[in-house]
Structure formats: C-alpha cells, structure tokens
Design a binder for this molecule. Structure first.
Ligand code: PEP
Ligand code: MG
Length: 866
C-alpha cells in the first residue's frame, strides 16, 4: 500500500486521499504555479493510524524517509543538517474544507545547533531565533497539547518590558532569550527536553496531526457542518519558505474576487517581514494587498497573474495563501473561496458573463441555504445612530443581543433562547460551540481572514472583527466599548456589513434584494420543474411572497384570522354557545371579517392560485388560560375542552365534521369574497379549498359534500376542493381519499409528528437535541424531511393517490417546503409544487432548480467554498 505522494507526482491521487490542501498543492505544481516542494501523506494513513490504536501503519516511516530524501535532493539542503538545514512545515488537510480547524507546525527540523547554522547561513540571527521560538510554541501546542497562552503571555511580557508594540521590534537577543524561555515552558509542561532530532520531530508531528482528527473541537466542528467522521485528514509536509527574512519578504492572503461583494479587484491582505501564522491568528493586523504593489512590485505582478491563472483553471473564485521569500513568490494554498451569499451571486453572474461558466453551473454552485443571508435584517441605513466602536465588516447582517465573554456561557444562554453576542479578544477553534449559539460575534483583534471572520462568514452570522477600540477584562467580565463599561447581559448591536458596533438594541429593517439575486433566480426558474408557492395568511404576506417570486399561496391558515381584537370575543362567543343556533349567530358575525380577509388575499394574488385551509387548531386555543376565565361558565367550558394530547384531539377536519356550521361559514366567506373580487377586478380568483388532518375517506366525503352544497347555495365560482395529507393513515389510504380530492398537500409538520411520534411542540426542547448531539439522528426531522420514514409515507401517498387519479395535483406546505434538501426530495417524488414562508421562496426556487439540474446531470452541485 502506498501512502505518500510528492506534489509533482504525475499520477496524483485525488482530493479524497490528498485532502483539499494537498490536492491543491499538487494541482498547482502541475499547472506550473510557483509552489514550494513537498509531499502529502494520505488520508488512508490517517484512517489506518486511528483504526490501529494510534500506531503508524507498517512501512509508513520508511516511505516518509524516502520522500524526505527526495525533498533534500530538490532543495539541495539536508533535513537535520546543522549548518544550512532543510526546514519543513507540517499541516493537516482534509478532503472537506474545515477553515479554522487546521493544525500547523512551522520550521520543523530546527534544534539548538541548527538554529545557529540557520543564523550563519542566512546571516540573520534574528530571523533564525524567531523561527525557532515559533517551532517550539507550535510543536508544544499541536504535539504536546500545551496551552498556547503560556507562550503568548511570555511574548507579551517581553514586549512590555522592552516598551515595544510589535513582535518585529524585538531583536535577535530578545528572541534568543525567548526561545530559551519557550524551551523551559516545554520542559515544565512535558517533563522532557524539546526534541532535537529532526526525524523524531517529524514522526511525532505526523502522529499528532492524525490524532487531532479525533479531538473534541474537531468533532464539534464536524457535527455542526455535517462532515462525516471517518474521512480522516491528510498531512502535508512542505519545504519552508520564509516571509520573515526582512523587507523583501512577506506573507499574505488574497481572493480572486472580493469575498464580501464578489467584485473584481485586488482583494486581500499583506504583511511585510512576517509569517502566515501572524496573519491567520490575528496577532498582527495586516495591510491591504494593494500596498504590496509598492513594497514588492515584481512579486505583486506575478501574484496578480497567478490569481487569474488559478481562477481560470478552477473556474471559481479562489482563496490563496502566499509567501514572498527574498523577492520570490510562492503559493502555499488555493481553494474555493468562502464567500457571502451576495458575493457568490455576483461572482456567479459575472463569471457567466465572462464566459467562464455556464448558466446552469452558476445556478448549481450557489448554496441555496445561504440566500438566507441576503434576506437577513439590516440596520436602517438612514437611522441616526452613535457608533460606539468600529471594526472590520467581517460577515454581513445585523444582530442585537446580550454580551457574553466566553463560549460556554454563549452556549448555555443560547440554549435558553436568549440572543447573545460573543465578545472575545479573538476566537479560536475552541469557541466553535459558542459561535454556533451566538447571534453575532465581536472580536478585538484579527483581520478579515482571522478565525472569527472566516467561521462567522461560513455560518452566515454577523461578525465585526478587529474592533481594536474595544477592550475586555475577562476576569471581571466587562468590556469597554465607546468609553462605556458594559457587563455580561448588556445589549449591544453589531452591523457585520459595516463593521459598526452600537450600544443597546437597534431597529432592524428587512433586507434589500439586488440585481444579481434576481438574475440568478430568473435563470433558476428556467431549470426548475417544481412550482414554488408561499404560506401566507395576510394580504401583506401575500404581496411579499409575490415579490419573492411565489407562484401562488399553498397554505393560508385561516385560524390566524380568528385572533384579531374585534374577532376573538366573537370566536369565544361561538365556542361558548350552548347549541348550534347560538354558534351560527356568532359565526354570522365572523363571516364579514373572513370575507374581507379573503378578498384582500385574492386581490394580492390575482391570477395565481390560493389554497385556503379551513379551521385547524383545537378550539381551546381560542380561550384564555383557566385562571383568566371571566366567569364560571367559561371555566367549565375550558375544562370540558381540555385534552391530554390536544394535537391528537378535536382539531382539523374533526371540527368540521362535528360542527359543520363552522366550515360552512368559512366556505360562504370564500365564495362571497371570490365573487366580489371577480366583479371588482374582472378576474376570477383561483380558489382551492383545503381540509386539514383528514385520515379517513368518510371524513373527506362528508366535508366535500358540505363544501359543494355550500358553494352551490351561494353562487357560482370555479374552485378545487382538496385535502392535506398529514397523517400516516391518510398516506396509506391515499387511494380512497383521492376519490374525494381535487388535490393533495402534504402537511409534513404534522406528518412528522405523527409518523415519528415526536411532539412538534416539545421534541426539540427535550430529547431531540440530545439525539442530534449524540448522533442517534443525523438531522432534525422537523427541518429536513426524514426520507426513510416520512419520505416513504409520502411516496406511498403519491403513488396511491395518482394510481386512482392520474396526474393528481400534489404539493407540500409543511416547513420542509422551504428547506433545500427537502425541496430536492419533493422534486424526486414528482410533486407539483412546494409552499414555504415568503422569505424562503427564493431559496426554494433555487433548490428546485438545483434538484432538476442534478437529475439531468447537467451540472454537478458544487456548494460555494468547497
Ligand atoms: C403541517 O402540519 O405540515 C401544516 C402545514 O399544517 P400546520 O403546521 O398548520 O399544522
Ligand atoms: Mg398540520
């Protein structure tokens, strides 16, 4: 078995074995882009290591030695040499991008003697000892698990003692001393001296990187990003190139387009006389990339050219790491750039216009779920607000919440449902769980590529990074922002789009949709087969839905209309009535309200179908809690209506069967509204009347009879009369039910509840979160359709329903209708439409197109940032 591949190995081994970083380095090498020499130890070796009790597989050490020998040949230097040593970096790299989760050790191969050799051979003692102290720290952290702050603190102390601000202000003697201090920290922590053998260092580093695949923070990250546990990481061993050799050296990161906006230009950051870790860790704040043009003009031109080569090659926006050593450019990494939804859209549209990709590729590569970002609330741009602090606009969107200073508190408060803003000097991978729980993230240090920025962007959360004017007293749990000292729980607002921080909560406005958004969605519309409707109960929501491209209303929940201030007392009167006559009298007074509501919705949706669902919830929902009952009679009625399992009780069509006068009134209101709107506008509404919670043929037979008779008594309209399919029995007996239905609409909220036996009100707060965290379930079935259970029931309903009624119209109106994977499933099932909340309509349009493209094999789905 072969485990190790040189970057210039013509055979290559692919991303799965080499990881994203390794395959990128190999591909760049083949493209002729300047890359340091090196090799990759495959994910196979990692899996073997973890499977066999953390033992390197047989033969691996010898194979590594062979490739080190080749590296020595290529570089003309020897590993472990004490006069002019070959130094390498060791980095993890999985097949799936896991930004912020990388393990890195630089300058491996240095020891007490070699550092003197490096000082002599480079004529730069400062550089040599700077490299050595970095090795000791990174090696100590990654291989021996020493807390990095122990080292950082000593560096900070040293700078304070010398009254200097920057690492670069420290001289050779300072750094020589610091290396000695770091070695003693290493000895104190491990009980051993810092290892002096280069090969020994390498072996232990490889083992540590493999082992890190299983550490808790990596597991949390994988769970949050749904990355399988068994793919393992590769290890890249790369010849060191140095950005900290003086003024003609430097390091940076760049994007081929702006990752926030997608605009073309020179976007990135550069730091002269520094190594990459300084930038990524946010220890020093880098300069804009354009400044490199003056500092290192030739390397800059070469970089710009290379950026274009890479973007053409990958046909996608790239995120690049580079180092310049004594004026020579080296690319250290390229990968699909993580980008905001706005940037993804702009880049996809412009690349299509540039002829780099096709329309179907443009549509296929937008992450549908990320469209949400664009639809997030923002701070009203015209609001006059005092800015308390300013940082980088690291990730867009706005959020308000109580300050928390650590990830555990963020998680605990988030679980209680409190909106929180995580405020940190800088974030590390150990903060992941807190970042997941927080509404927004504020850091004092770090740039656009710092951990906080990259991770927040990936999560679609607002982040303001590098707000240097903020200071934190971690022990006292206070932060000073804009001259005010705030404690835990004090509310602040972040605007991740501008980098501004405000004190207190701030009014947010709905987001704006731009031209690129419209363009991509219009392209998507050409590919999709599923229609997209919206769930809307008011004319305003209906209008919003239409703006977002809804092609009708798939669910208008009429119960919401029973709650208005003037209406609720009448509804209560109806419920309190002693007999049918009393109920009818109250319903008669409700009718004009319902009619007015329907008229508004029909007009907002002119020309498009509107599915109106008759009353669904248990009646007790319209009465106050027992303690607030106004009199004894009401108390009695509340007690009488009480049920142990109201969601399985007297609700849905059972109400219509027991109290037909309720549905009769609703149907009359629908007919009168339809006729009124027809007369007023000259256009007849497309009315679809829907019965909820049907489980038996006989229920729907009776209700259809009632519906038809009521309509005929009122006048003449065109309409369909159908049913929700939201009980397992309805799926199984869909053939019988279909006899009485003009359409089906899956209510997957109730269908999930009843098929899985999971209460939709309680499951998440009780056991479901545990199930998800402990991998009993992979996804929340209330979010993504449970294909195995609910999905099979749906399939049965489609087959049996259409078996008796060819081409029966079938849609879905549960929450799943606005979730990308569930939309794909509905496409596979051959449904006619999905219906979801207005804000998710764009997402559903895109997801439906992607499902159609995936089916036709026209374009491979590539989510942004792969
Ligand atoms: C459903 O059950 O999926 C549904 C759409 O109806 P509701 O959420 O109103 O019960
Ligand atoms: Mg339901």
């Amino acid at each position: 078995m072969r485990y190790v591949y040189d970057f210039d190995d013509p055979e290559g081994a692919g991303r799965e074995l080499l990881g994203g970083k390794g395959s990128g380095l190999a591909e760049m090498t083949q493209l002729g882009v300047p890359v340091p020499a090196g090799f990759t130890i495959s994910t196979d070796a990692c899996r073997a290591y973890l499977a066999h009790g953390r033992r390197l597989p047989d033969g691996l050490e010898e194979e590594i030695a062979e490739h080190v020998a080749r590296l020595e040949e290529k570089t003309g230097k020897r590993f472990g040499d004490t006069s002019d040593p070959l130094l390498v970096s060791v980095r993890s790299g999985a097949a799936v991008s896991m930004p912020g989760m990388m393990d890195t050790i630089l300058n491996l191969g240095l020891n007490d003697e070699a550092v003197e050799g490096l000082a002599r051979s480079t004529g730069n003692e400062r550089f040599a000892f700077d490299s050595y102290r970095r090795l000791i720290q990174m090696y100590g952290e990654v291989v021996d698990g020493i807390d990095g702050h122990r080292f950082e603190q000593r560096l900070t102390d040293l700078k304070q003692a010398k009254h200097v601000q920057h690492d670069t202000d420290l001289d050779a003697d300072d750094l020589r001393g610091l290396a000695g201090v770091f070695k003693s920290i290493y000895r104190e922590e491990t009980g051993r001296d810092f290892p002096q053998g280069a090969r020994d260092q390498l072996t232990r580093a490889v083992q540590a990187v493999f082992g890190s695949w299983d550490n808790p923070r990596a597991q949390v990250y994988r769970r949050a990003h749904r990355i399988p546990d068994d793919i393992g990481t590769a290890v890249n061993v790369v010849q060191m190139v140095f950005g900290n050799k003086g003024d003609t050296s430097g390091t940076g990161v760049c994007f081929t387009r702006d990752p926030s906006t997608g605009e073309q230009g020179y976007y990135g950051e550069f730091l002269a006389n520094a190594q990459g870790e300084d930038v990524v860790a946010g220890i020093r704040t880098p300069r804009p990339l354009v400044e490199m043009r003056e500092a290192l003009p030739e390397a800059f031109d070469q970089l710009v050219e290379t950026m274009a080569t890479l973007e053409r090659h990958y046909r996608d926006m790239q995120d690049i790491e580079f180092t310049v050593e004594d004026g020579t450019l080296y690319l250290l990494q390229t990968r699909g750039a993580k980008r905001t939804a706005a940037a993804a859209l702009k880049a996809a549209v412009s690349m299509t216009e540039e002829g780099l990709i096709t329309r179907d590729e443009a549509v296929a590569r937008i992450d549908a779920a990320s469209l949400d970002q664009l639809l997030h609330p923002m701070i009203d741009p015209h609001a006059k607000l005092d800015v308390a602090a300013k940082g980088l606009n690291a990730s867009p969107g706005a959020a308000s919440g109580g300050i928390v200073f650590d990830a555990d508190t963020a998680e605990a408060r988030g679980r209680d449902g409190d909106p929180v803003i995580l405020v940190r000097w800088e974030t590390t991978p150990d903060d992941i769980h807190g970042m997941i729980a927080a509404q927004g993230i504020l850091t004092v240090h770090g740039g656009m590529t710092s951990h906080a920025a990259v991770v927040a962007r990936g999560m679609g959360k607002p982040c303001v990074a590098g707000a240097e004017g903020v200071s934190i007293d971690q022990a006292a749990k206070t932060a000073t922002i804009g001259g005010r000292t705030l404690g835990e729980g004090d509310v602040i607002t972040l605007d991740g789009g501008t980098g501004r921080v405000y004190l207190g909560p701030v009014e947010l406005v709905p987001p704006q949709i731009n031209e690129d958004f419209e363009t991509v969605l219009t392209w998507a519309d050409d590919f999709r087969r599923l229609k997209v409707r919206a769930n809307a109960d008011t004319p305003d929501d209906a209008a919003k839905a239409r703006e977002f491209g809804a092609e009708g209303i798939g669910l208008c929940r009429t119960e919401h209309m029973f709650f208005g201030e003037e209406r609720l007392p009448v509804v209560q009167e109806m419920i309190m009535a002693d007999d049918e006559a009393g109920r009818r009298a109250a319903l008669e007074r409700l009718l004009p309200f319902q009619q007015g509501d329907f008229e508004g919705i029909f007009e907002a949706m002119a020309g498009l179908p509107v599915t109106i669902r008759l009353l669904d919830p248990p009646l007790h929902e319209f009465l106050p809690p027992l303690e607030q009952a106004r009199d004894e009679k009401m108390r009695q009625r509340i007690r009488a209506l009480q049920e142990a399992n109201p969601m399985l009780g007297t609700r849905g069509c059972r109400l219509g069967v027991m109290y037909p006068e309720i549905y009769e009134m609703q149907v009359r209101a629908i007919v009168r509204a339809a006729i009124a709107v027809s007369e007023r506008t000259g256009e007849a509404p497309l009315v679809e009347i829907m019965h909820p919670l049907v489980g038996f043929e006989e229920e729907l037979r009776r209700l259809r009879e009632l519906t038809v008779a009521t309509i005929e008594a009122e006048g003449e309209i065109e309409y369909l009369c159908g049913t929700m399919i939201e009980l397992p029995r309805a799926c199984v007996r869909a053939d019988e039910i279909a006899q009485h239905a003009d359409f089906f609409s899956f209510g997957t909220n109730d269908l999930t509840q009843t098929a899985l036996g999971f209460s939709r009100d309680d499951a998440e707060g009780k056991f479901l979160t545990y199930y998800l965290e402990h991998d009993v379930l992979d996804r929340n079935p209330f979010e993504t359709i449970d294909r195995g259970g609910v999905g099979d029931l749906m399939r049965m309903a489609v087959e049996r329903g259409r078996g008796v009624k060819d081409g029966l119209k079938i849609g879905i109106c549960g929450e799943h209708g606005g979730e990308a994977q569930s939309v794909a499933f509905c496409h596979e099932l051959g449904l006619d439409y999905v219906s979801c909340s207005p804000y998710r309509v764009p997402l559903a349009r895109l997801a439906a197109a992607q499902a159609a493209l995936a089916e036709s094999g026209a374009a491979q789905y590539v989510a942004a940032g792969g």
